[in-house]
Design a protein around this ligand. Structure first.
Ligand SMILES: *[C@@H]1O[C@H](CO)[C@@H](O)[C@H](O)[C@H]1NC(C)=O
Ligand SMILES: *[C@@H]1O[C@H](CO)[C@@H](O)[C@H](O)[C@H]1NC(C)=O
Ligand SMILES: *[C@@H]1O[C@H](CO)[C@@H](O)[C@H](O)[C@H]1NC(C)=O
Ligand SMILES: *[C@@H]1O[C@H](CO)[C@@H](O)[C@H](O)[C@H]1NC(C)=O
Ligand SMILES: *[C@@H]1O[C@H](CO)[C@@H](O)[C@H](O)[C@H]1NC(C)=O
Length: 415
């Protein structure tokens, strides 16, 4: 009789563990190149733009441009963003111990912080308490010194900056309890198939706390390796600021060709005039001829040694281009209205036929094991395999422990 109960209790605690263990998509990597990625971050409290910037060690202006928030707004860096606002945070994605992760974020502990509160609240589930403990070699998680400078490892993937051979930047998205995979696919205008391929999922099931890699179509660049902004990639519908705040680039909405022009911020910048012409960065002139349209443009070629590289190019096109289109800018948000950063959801696509249905999975989503991630067993030809995500967040490890405690109490009370 007690044995049955014991069995049931163990079964239940196991089930609880399986049900609540979050998964995370991991991209193996082999070289030391870093790349660009985005974090999906939900503010846990009202924060100034500059405070969000220091939380992630990211330039506040780049957070604004990544979210198409108008940077010409007066004193915008001190603008207070509302709790629960969803933001895209641009981060540098490094390759550490064979796995893509972002390791440029540090957090200075404050009184009453715990690893759990830093994990669940401050970083909104992007890092787990166990990952924090492991990354900082913390022996006793109950003792955090105030003012400690903790490394906050954050999830990121790049997958070579492409998805189905088209330029893409990847958003690390923490699944909320109201989310479905179809809903996420619809919100980010991708397909179920593509999301499942990217995240190597066997089913469409997702759970709160899972971290998915969501591909966003983007404008890629081909700046030389020695350019400071080599590898710049800008998602459709957003902006980026580069060259020491001198150059502002946009992507979309009509096409995925990056368009750069002088930024509106008042800073002193090197020349942005194209050599041997009177055109400035971003200028395009057209000349109709019988053969078509002669288009001359002065475009951006990267930030090299403090110099803004400009490139003059001429091409003959069938039609003259219209005026440059820009992604719509929004005013800095002050309240959260039915998730202002989410586009109204079109009906979820159920056919799931992506542009290239025959792609192989890039990675796996594996339940967290609670152990140090081992190296992937064997890299496939594409070099994309997976490994167990480091750890669970402490909320999810709580139920089994609690069940065990109950169970022990139960046994004690029977005997
Ligand atoms: C990575 O992307 C580049 C183009 O951006 C492509 O030429 C290259 O083949 C890709 N590499 C892999 C391993 O997919
Ligand atoms: C870019 O975004 C615009 C508007 O947000 C959309 O109409 C367009 O289809 C997008 N382009 C791609 C390639 O996703
Ligand atoms: C060239 O670009 C500058 C700076 O963006 C702008 O002020 C000017 O109007 C442009 N001129 C032409 C001819 O497009
Ligand atoms: C196009 O314009 C450029 C500069 O205005 C000029 O040098 C070039 O000869 C023109 N090409 C054609 C085919 O008209
Ligand atoms: C950058 O400047 C340094 C010296 O100032 C020079 O040696 C180097 O060649 C420059 N690099 C490029 C790409 O121009």
């Amino acid at each position: 009789m007690p044995k049955t109960l014991l069995y049931l209790l163990l079964l239940f605690s196991n089930a609880a563990m399986v049900l609540v263990t979050p998964k995370s998509t991991i991209e193996p990597c082999s070289n030391s190149d870093s790349c660009s990625a985005l974090l999906g971050y939900t503010l846990y409290t009202d924060l100034k733009v500059s405070e969000v910037g220091s939380l992630f060690n990211v330039d506040p202006v780049s957070i604004l441009t990544a979210n198409a928030i108008d940077i010409s707004y007066p004193d915008v860096e001190n603008h207070i963003l509302p709790s629960q606002l969803f933001l895209r945070i641009p981060v540098t994605c490094a390759c550490v111990d064979g796995i893509r992760k972002s390791v440029s974020t540090h957090y200075k502990t404050r009184p009453s912080d715990t690893l759990t509160s830093i994990s669940n609240q401050v970083y909104a589930g992007l890092v787990s308490a166990d990952q924090l403990r492991e990354a900082n070699d913390i022996q006793d998680p109950d003792v955090l010194d105030v003012g400690d400078n903790l490394l906050v490892p954050l999830p990121c993937t790049c997958f070579n900056g492409t998805d189905n051979s088209l330029p893409a930047v990847y958003l690390s998205y923490v699944v909320k309890d109201v989310d479905t995979l179809a809903g996420i696919a619809a919100r980010y205008r991708t397909t179920l198939t593509d999301l499942m391929n990217v995240n190597a999922m066997g089913s469409t099931a997702v759970k709160a706390g899972d971290i998915l890699a969501v591909p966003l179509p983007a404008c890629a660049t081909n700046f030389p390796r020695y350019a400071l902004d080599h590898g710049l990639i800008v998602p459709n519908g957003s902006y980026a600021i580069t060259a020491s705040h001198c150059v502002q680039c946009s992507c979309g909405p009509g096409n995925l060709n990056l368009y750069c022009m002088p930024a509106s911020l008042a800073v002193s910048c090197s020349s942005m005039q194209c050599k041997n012409s009177n055109l400035m960065l971003g200028n395009v002139t057209t000349q109709r001829s019988s053969a078509g349209c002669n288009v001359t443009s002065c475009s951006y070629g990267g930030f090299v040694n403090g110099t803004i590289v400009t490139m003059l190019s001429t091409s003959l096109q069938p039609r003259c281009p219209g005026p440059q289109q820009f992604p719509p800018l929004i005013a800095p948000p002050s309240s959260v209205t039915r998730d202002s950063t989410y586009a109204p959801s079109p009906a979820p696509q159920s056919d799931g036929a992506g542009p290239a249905g025959a792609t192989t999975p890039k990675s796996s989503v594996v339940p967290s094991s609670g152990s140090i991630p081992g190296l992937p067993p064997a890299s496939g030809p594409s070099g994309s395999v997976s490994s167990a995500c480091s750890l669970t967040n402490s909320l999810s490890t709580f139920p089994p422990a609690f069940m065990l405690y109950l169970f022990v109490k139960f046994i004690v009370s029977i005997s």
